[in-house]
Design a protein around this ligand. Structure first.
Ligand SMILES: C[S@@+](CC[C@H](N)C(=O)[O-])C[C@H]1O[C@@H](n2cnc3c(N)ncnc32)[C@H](O)[C@@H]1O
Length: 279
């Protein structure tokens, strides 16, 4: 996405979506981890599965007690609470969706490790933090919405200290989609997906090295199928929080995610890298 007016329009749409009552309703489905998960067996729970993905990323990034983490696009703070409680990290968790930040604060008030978590408004394209101020930059399943991914990664490199870590997971394009599949991917994420290779190159260009990529793609379709089934099963409950029209629109959007997953051109990867100490 190049034109700044298009970028602003898209970003406004993302804020509108995540601040809307329907997203509050979607927490009945997602719990506090708003991303796909590692499902194990037919009767697995999407919330447990999503937490497994978070735990795996924390393991890849080797988050240890006392690490200072900047989390961007933190949703409602599920990962911040996990990193603080299970890993002993200190987390500044940021988002552009103010109602999600409010929910995050509410759900963190009495949570284990709450004293090590702070929630703040920040756009990952322009972070309000000094250079080299964190040990770890963390962003889960949200850079797909970036209207300027090189800029977001440059910001990550700027705020992480030399020798510090970047840990991201995201949905990616796999292979070269035929025109119908490409149209589906455009329909579900307007700024355009990157491939795993684009992220690897983007991280290198931004100033990270020793990049490890782990392919999580096999989990995408089962996750979207289960999420869609749960939205349908909880239809009345979700409509009572948002509206029947909102639920119908969300089901249509998730049907697109499932359809895109079935093309084989929608993947999911985790990437971890180290901030270069020399320019
Ligand atoms: C799919 S949710 C993932 C939330 C969280 N990372 C998780 O995994 O639970 C996407 C998140 O990206 C946030 N987001 C989108 N664009 C952003 C931006 N430019 N800066 C910061 N957050 C952004 C949304 O508000 C939303 O919370």
């Amino acid at each position: 996405m190049t034109k700044s007016s298009d970028a602003e329009t898209f970003q406004a749409e993302i804020i509108r979506r995540y601040d809307a009552p329907m997203y509050r309703a979607m927490l009945e489905v997602y719990g506090d981890q708003i991303h796909p998960g590692f499902l194990e067996g037919d009767d697995d729970d999407i919330r447990e599965a999503a937490l497994r993905a978070t735990a795996r990323l924390a393991q890849l990034a080797n988050i240890t007690a006392g690490a200072s983490v900047l989390e961007t696009a933190c949703g409602v703070g599920g990962t911040a609470r996990y990193l603080a409680a299970a890993r002993g990290a200190t987390v500044v968790a940021t988002n552009i969706a103010r109602s999600q930040l409010a929910t995050a604060e509410e759900w963190t008030r009495n949570a284990p490790g709450a004293g090590r978590i702070r929630f703040e408004f920040a756009d990952y394209h322009a972070l309000p933090y000094a250079d080299s101020s964190f040990d770890v930059y963390w962003c889960q399943d949200s850079l797909l919405f970036s209207t300027d991914k090189p800029r977001a990664l440059a910001e990550a490199a700027r705020v992480v200290r030399p020798g510090g870590i970047i840990a991201i997971s995201d949905l990616v394009v796999v292979g070269t989609p035929v025109p119908d599949a490409a149209a589906l991917l455009t329909a579900i994420s307007a700024p355009g997906f990157w491939s795993a290779e684009d992220y690897r190159n983007g991280l290198t260009a931004a100033g990270f090295e020793g990049i490890v990529v782990e392919d999580w793609s096999r989990h995408v379709l089962p996750s979207f199928d289960l999420l869609t089934a749960e939205i349908a099963a909880k239809r009345a409950q979700l409509a009572a929080i948002a509206s029947e029209a909102d639920v119908a629109e969300t089901l249509e959007r998730y049907a697109l995610w499932c359809k895109a997953s079935r093309t084989g051109n929608l993947g999911w990867v985790a990437l971890v890298g180290i901030r270069r100490t020399m320019p």
